[in-house]
Every structure is written in C-alpha cells, then in structure tokens.
Design a binder for this molecule. Structure first.
Ligand code: NAP
Length: 303
C-alpha cells in the first residue's frame, strides 16, 4: 500500500513528490499525459526565484521531474479512474491496476476556460486555440487575436508579437488584470493593438477562422475583426471531474482546503491550481505541494 498517491504531475504534484520521497514515504505520482501541467504551455518563466535563465515551461517541468526522480519518485503514466476518497485506505484504478493509498494528494490542476460562443467548438484547431506556445508558429507573419486581459492573455500577446505581423488583444474592460510588468511591455509593443471594452460574440469562418464578431460593451457597436488566429485566454477551470461530489468545492469549483492543504475528507490533500487559492503561480503551486506532502506523510505515519 502506498503512503501517498499523488494525482497530477504539474509543479504542485512534482514538488509534492520530491518532498514526499525525500521524507521517506512510499509514494507514487500518477500523471495522465506528460509531466509539467499547464506550465508546458508557457514560453518563458521569469518569476520562479533562483531560476534566472528564463526557461520555457517544458524545460522547467523537465528539471522538476528530473529533480524528483533523482530522489526516487516513481511516476506512472495513465489516467486515474474509480477514485474512492471517503474510505480507508483510499482506492483507485490506473492502467487496469487497483491501487490503495493511506493518503491522496489531488494535484489535477486546471484547464482553460472556454467562451461558449458560436463557432468556438467547430473552429477549435482550425484557427481557435487555447495555447499560444503550442500553436503560435502557425500564425507566423500573419494576424492573431488574443482574448482576455490577464497574465496569460498578455504573455501570449507578447509571445505572438514576436512571430506575427499584427496582434490584437480583445479585452472586456479598459484596464488590464495582468501584472504591470507584462501590461507595460504589451502597451509598448508596436504591433500589439488593444480592442478595449469588447467581447467576442462569435468565431466566423467555414472550416477555418477568418474573423471574430465583436461587440463593444460601451457603445453597443458590433464589428468584425479580421484575423487568422484567435487565442482564448480568459482564465482557467479547476479540474475536479475525477472526484466531484466526494469533497467540498468552492463556488468557483476549486477544492476547499485548510492551511495544511487538507480537504474536507481526512487524508485527502489538494495542491496547486485545483485548490481554492488566491494566487496561481508556479511558485505557489510548488509551495502547496511541499505543504501537502509534509502533512500527507504525517497522516500516513499515524495510520
Ligand atoms: P485570469 O487572471 O482569471 O484572467 C482572465 C482574463 O479573462 C481577465 O482579464 C478577464 O476579464 C477575462 N475574462 C474572463 N472571462 C471572460 C469572458 N467570458 N469573456 C471575455 N473575457 C473574459 O486568468 P489567466 O490570465 O489565465 O491567469 C490565471 C492565473 O495564472 C492567474 O493567477 C495568473 O496570475 C496566473 N498566471 C501567471 C503568469 C505569470 O506570472 N507570468 C502567467 C500566466 C498565468 P476581467 O479582467 O474583466 O475579469
């Protein structure tokens, strides 16, 4: 039986894994696809203390994974299913095998929010994207539009501005939510144009995006913005589908924890973007992972 099963291999899960194996626990991390989580979509990380070479998310994730593996963390790739949290031990299936664990750390992260407007589903992958790092190169020397005004939207706009001839940022207000350093850089970038107080109403195009229908929320004016690509960056939704109904969630759907990151179910902890947290950064996800591992290990040892 595992002392700790960590579900999710982003920064929170990998940091939890590092702390848990260094703490001497019998630990396994379960990751659906590949380690790194959302940071693999990030083109440059410059606010993780001590990492001054501005690596991209892939590179930083690889370092996290190597670091945890060097201390003996075992990672199993495969989707977790049939998770039962309110039991002792906790149970689940991965790759057809049944597992039992004294404690579980939920580090399933978050996924990009969709707009829910006409054309979005049909044109995803045909001009509409949720990842500038993954798909930006398709729009080299062409026009791209970013939707949103937060850190993700503005980092995406800055990244795309280096590749594309023109970048629009469509934001529903006239001030950005993004941090000042990013906002100032974007405002000073010649090929970035802001479309303020505006919301997309529909993605237009037959089989391929050609424009976005946009409504100005102040004047009510509706117009068509011609663009080759659209990058939706309007926030994230915590990924809780695996355990919905088993633990307490906040109004916005994130996992409620105490200061030890323990959830409403004893022996179940949550770390990183899936948790109800006021700040979603790599450094806070890692900090969550360290706290969760410490208290999960403590809980496993008294069992
Ligand atoms: P966010 O901070 O929640 O920003 C979402 C943006 O989308 C906001 O500007 C919001 O407008 C807009 N928006 C939300 N729903 C919308 C809708 N239906 N239609 C149009 N616009 C809509 O999300 P995020 O930028 O993805 O960032 C998520 C977290 O990751 C944040 O904590 C962020 O700081 C962090 N992050 C950090 C970095 C970094 O430090 N470099 C990079 C990326 C992400 P309003 O402003 O009007 O609400």
């Amino acid at each position: 039986m595992l002392d700790i099963a960590i579900i999710g291999g982003g920064p929170a899960g990998l940091a939890a894994g590092l702390y848990a194996v260094r703490g001497g626990g019998n630990v396994r991390l379960f990751e659906e696809l590949f380690a790194g989580g959302q940071i693999v979509k990030t083109h440059r990380i410059e606010n993780y203390p001590g990492i001054t070479d501005g690596p991209d998310g892939y590179a930083l994730a690889a370092r996290f994974e190597e670091h945890a593996a060097a201390f003996g963390l075992s990672i199993e790739y495969g989707a977790v299913s049939e998770l039962v949290l309110d039991a002792d031990p906790k149970r689940f299936i991965c790759n057809g095998k049944a597992y039992e664990a004294k404690t579980v750390i939920l580090a399933t992260g978050a996924s990009p929010k969709t707009l829910g407007i006409p054309g979005e589903r049909e044109l995803t992958g045909h001009g509409v994207s949720y990842c500038a790092t993954c798909d930006g190169a398709f729009y080299k020397n062409r026009t791209a539009t970013v939707i949103g005004g937060g850190d993700t939207a503005i980092s995406d706009a800055l990244y795309l501005a280096k590749l594309c001839s023109k970048v629009y940022v469509v934001h529903r207000r006239d001030t950005l939510r993004a941090s000042a350093i990013l906002a100032d850089a974007a405002k000073q970038t010649e090929n970035i144009t802001f479309v303020w107080n505006s919301v997309p109403e529909a993605f237009l195009g037959e089989g391929k995006l050609c424009a976005i229908r946009i409504k100005n929320r102040v004047t009510g004016e509706v117009s068509e913005l011609i663009t080759d690509g659209a990058f939706v960056a309007v926030g994230v939704v915590p990924r809780t589908e695996l355990f919905k109904g088993q633990i307490a969630l906040s109004e916005n759907g994130s996992v409620i924890t105490d200061e030890k990151t323990e959830t409403s179910v004893k022996g179940v902890f949550a770390a990183g973007d899936v948790r109800n947290t006021p700040l979603r950064q790599v450094v806070t996800a890692c900090a969550d992972g360290a706290i969760a591992a410490t208290y999960a290990l403590e809980a496993a040892r008294v069992k």
